[in-house]
Design a protein around this ligand. Structure first.
Ligand SMILES: Nc1ncnc2c1ncn2[C@@H]1O[C@H](COP(=O)(O)OP(=O)(O)OP(=O)(O)O)[C@@H](O)[C@H]1O
Length: 335
């Protein structure tokens, strides 16, 4: 069985309710999550701040132990077989650098490569390839304490790829990166997934998630809220694309076209009106053609794509209730 399977995952943190000497309690950060993260696909994990994303990723990376539930990685149990699991996975976390400041970039990669038992002959070429990939070839022999923030982050990305992980966990990987480096990282991640790597991605940049992820889980308060492809989530939450057609000579014939398409009409302050249609499909062309055919004169046409951000906010607000489908099944919205 390949891929990562998460079943009934729970994580409780001990907390004190009122200051240092207050009564002990527990904070349930993850509350019964089921996730399937197959090889060869980029899976997104989304939720607002405090939803439990980082805690989940740390458990998958074996940095935290689950309080209950199981995680299996290519059939290996992530607690009982933690050593073997660690060889198969790696983590790139945008907020945490996870490299040593006193060592050079090359020394860091050498050190981490040895930790992952990468054979020495392979490691040498692998380090050069990765330094090239992240644009650090010229700074390879400079101590990391002299790197800029962005350079340190790029080294952390190279560190995350040093063992050619079968599964890559990415927690806000492009946080603070310059646009060209972020774009290169997205390209590399897409190529790795196409070549069979399993990738789990959390990111606040939802355009990045939309571009990369084939399947997205949305969580809130450590619990499952919804899942599906970005397009399914948008449809399920009613986050449609909006078409606005301004008509300078509206009359009853153009009004009839608007009614036929289920569009609304808004008067324009300077005269004329705007016909507004929210729809999941790309029907701007047929709508505009029908208006012209009815004698309408079009002054402008604007299409606003539905965004994944809109869908996630609707989900988080509880505006949309999305049934939890089995993987691959259609998500269904009930407003
Ligand atoms: N060590 C800890 N002790 C107590 N509570 C914790 C601990 N780590 C996380 N939490 C709490 O668990 C919840 C989930 O936190 P987590 O960092 O996993 O969320 P997140 O979805 O990654 O949020 P963000 O988007 O802000 O990074 C939060 O309420 C957080 O305060």
């Amino acid at each position: 069985m390949t891929g990562i399977q998460v079943r009934g995952l729970v994580k409780d943190f001990p907390v004190r309710d009122k200051g240092l000497f207050g009564p002990r309690g527990v904070k349930r950060a993850v509350d019964g999550l089921d996730l399937d993260i197959p090889r060869g696909r980029i899976t997104g994990l989304l939720g607002l701040n405090g939803a439990g994303k980082t805690t989940t990723i740390k458990i998958l990376a074996t940095l935290l132990r689950p309080s209950a539930g199981t995680v299996t990685v290519d059939g290996l149990d992530s607690v009982a077989d933690a050593r073997a699991v660690r060889r198969r996975i790696n983590l790139i976390a945008g907020g945490e650098r996870m490299v040593y400041a006193r060592m050079t970039g090359r020394e860091n990669l050498w050190y981490f490569g040895q930790l992952y038992d990468v054979p020495k002959a392979e490691l040498r070429t692998r380090i050069d390839e990765l330094l090239d990939l992240v644009g650090l070839a010229d700074a390879a022999d400079t101590a990391v304490e002299r790197y800029s923030r962005g350079m340190t982050q790029r080294l952390a990305i190279a560190r995350g790829l040093i063992n050619r992980p079968a599964h890559l966990l990415l927690d806000e990987p492009t946080l603070g990166l310059d646009a060209p480096i972020a774009r290169d990282l997205r390209r590399v991640v897409a190529e790795l997934a196409a070549a069979g790597t399993g990738v789990l991605l959390t990111s606040h940049y939802l355009t990045e998630v939309e571009e990369l992820c084939g399947h997205v889980y949305v969580i809130s308060g450590g619990r499952h809220l919804a899942q599906g492809s970005p397009a399914e989530l948008k449809t399920a939450t009613g986050s449609h694309r909006t078409v606005r057609v301004t008509v300078s000579n509206p009359d009853e014939r153009t009004a009839a076209v608007a009614a036929r398409f289920g569009a609304t009409r808004e008067p324009r302050p300077g005269g004329g009106e705007t016909i507004v249609l929210r729809h999941p499909d790309d029907i701007a062309g047929p709508l505009a053609a029908a208006i012209v055919e009815a004698g309408g004169s079009i002054g402008g046409l604007e299409i606003t794509e539905a965004s994944l951000e809109d869908a996630i906010l609707r989900l988080a607000d509880g505006d949309a209730v999305v049934a939890a489908p089995e993987a691959g099944a259609e998500a269904v919205a009930a407003q």
